[in-house]
Design a protein around this ligand. Structure first.
Ligand SMILES: [Zn+2]
Length: 415
């Protein structure tokens, strides 16, 4: 018998964690948290439902309950990984080989903290055996480099985990590929993210009429040609492909992006052939001088129409040098008004006569795209989570030929 338990994230955006177990083996999928807590005590965090109720993984020297077990992570966003920082077990943690490379480079360039965990990489579509369960990761499309959908089999039953996914991104063929693989596997259970069902369709246009990554670059190219103010971008480093595309678009118009050092190093280690400009600082080392093109702030100050500047929130004050500029928010931190830093950002921009423009693309499928995914995967049972209103998704999918399901925390589902 195989059992399924849901440990978190049933009605929040992110933090969704599930466990699939046999008598001897278990697989836990995703390990995120939805908020930054000041609290450090794992038991308190479990009681607050911030950490999953898996105390044995958060204390030193605990006996393993299962002979074989592992955690699989669909992608490197904090709402899918933050709980890893609390792990005190040597349980293996698997991420895609692309995510693994991203993590190593983020940590190496100071853009992520190093986690002392037993980390492994999986290749796409090569099953990993965890006792009598096998797990296969499929390349997907989300606004994080290396995102995957996960398929678990016990030899008789199959379980699918969509991860976070979109159909308006540059790698839609990957999503269609895993949808077909999931469909052929005749899933017993498919867990699908329902982010876009958190909002009314016209309340948030991102989820009804989404902007694509191509659109982002097109708009950026237009601004580069037509706007003489300094163009400041704030992208999210885990969306590595967008960083590269900003760099390419700006180079193509001969108005390069000048990156902060950690971003420049990240880009250079992934794309050594790219022409990368970096903000001049005394932290540049020999290797940086060999691979990057330094530009001083005073050069950019004198000729703002010749450059674009990448700026992360921690270095916001740097922007006081310019009497006016256009601030292009491209899904970097702070992401939105639920983060108190977002208001501070807006205040700073208002004080400095800067114009704010959103220039991003969502990593999440529209409501219609989610319905199409559920329809095409055609699982026996489809569960919705990773949404403020999973019940809205269930209502919208009621015509589909799948049993729709809203899981409970305190139930163990047997297959
Ligand atoms: Zn998420």
């Amino acid at each position: 018998m195989t059992t399924v338990r849901f440990l978190n994230g049933l009605s929040t955006i992110g933090g969704n964690i599930m466990e699939i177990a046999t008598e001897t083996s278990r697989v836990i999928m995703d390990f995120g948290m939805t908020e930054n807590s000041e609290e450090t005590d794992a038991e308190t965090l479990i009681a607050q439902h911030s950490l999953p109720a898996l105390s044995e993984l958060f204390q030193n020297n605990q006996k393993h309950v299962y002979q074989h077990e592992a955690i699989f992570i669909s992608h490197l966003h904090l709402d899918h990984t933050a709980a890893l920082a609390y792990l005190r077990s040597n349980i293996p943690v698997y991420i895609s080989h692309e995510s693994y490379r991203l993590y190593q480079n983020l940590a190496g360039s100071g853009l992520a903290m190093t986690l002392g965990i037993n980390l492994h990489a999986f290749e796409y579509e090569r099953p990993i055996q965890i006792g009598d369960l096998s797990v296969t990761g499929f390349a997907s499309d989300h606004d994080a480099f290396g995102a995957a959908a996960l398929l678990v089999s016990d030899g008789h039953h199959t379980f699918g985990h969509s991860g976070d996914v979109r159909l308006h991104g540059p790698h839609v063929e990957r999503v269609h590929h895993w949808i077909n693989a999931f469909r052929s596997a005749h899933l017993d259970l498919f867990m699908l993210e329902g982010t876009s069902f958190s909002f009314e369709p016209n309340q948030n246009l991102e989820f009804s009429d989404p902007v694509s990554e191509d659109d982002v670059q097109h708009t950026f190219g237009q601004l580069i040609q037509n706007d003489e103010r300094l163009l400041v971008i704030n992208p999210y480093p885990r969306n590595l492909e967008r960083l590269l595309r900003f760099n390419q678009t700006a180079n193509a118009y001969n108005r390069p992006v000048v990156w902060e050092l950690p971003y420049a190093r990240l880009l250079s280690s992934f794309y050594p052939e790219a022409l990368i400009h970096v903000q001049e600082t005394d932290r540049l080392n020999k290797q940086d001088f060999a691979t990057l093109i330094p530009v001083s702030m005073s050069t950019i100050q004198h000729e703002p129409d010749r450059f674009c500047l990448q700026n992360s929130y921690a270095n916001l004050q740097v922007l006081s040098r310019w009497p006016r500029f256009l601030y292009l928010h491209s899904n970097g931190e702070p992401l939105g008004d639920y983060d108190p830093r977002y208001r501070k950002l807006q205040e700073f921009l208002a004080q400095h006569h800067a114009e704010y423009q959103y220039l991003g693309s969502s990593g999440h499928a529209t409501q219609n795209a989610l319905i199409a995914i559920a329809k095409n995967v055609n699982a026996q049972t489809t569960g919705i989570w990773h949404s403020f209103h999973p019940e809205a998704a269930v209502a919208a999918m009621s015509e589909l030929d799948t049993h729709l399901f809203l899981p409970n925390y305190d139930e163990i589902y047997s297959f």
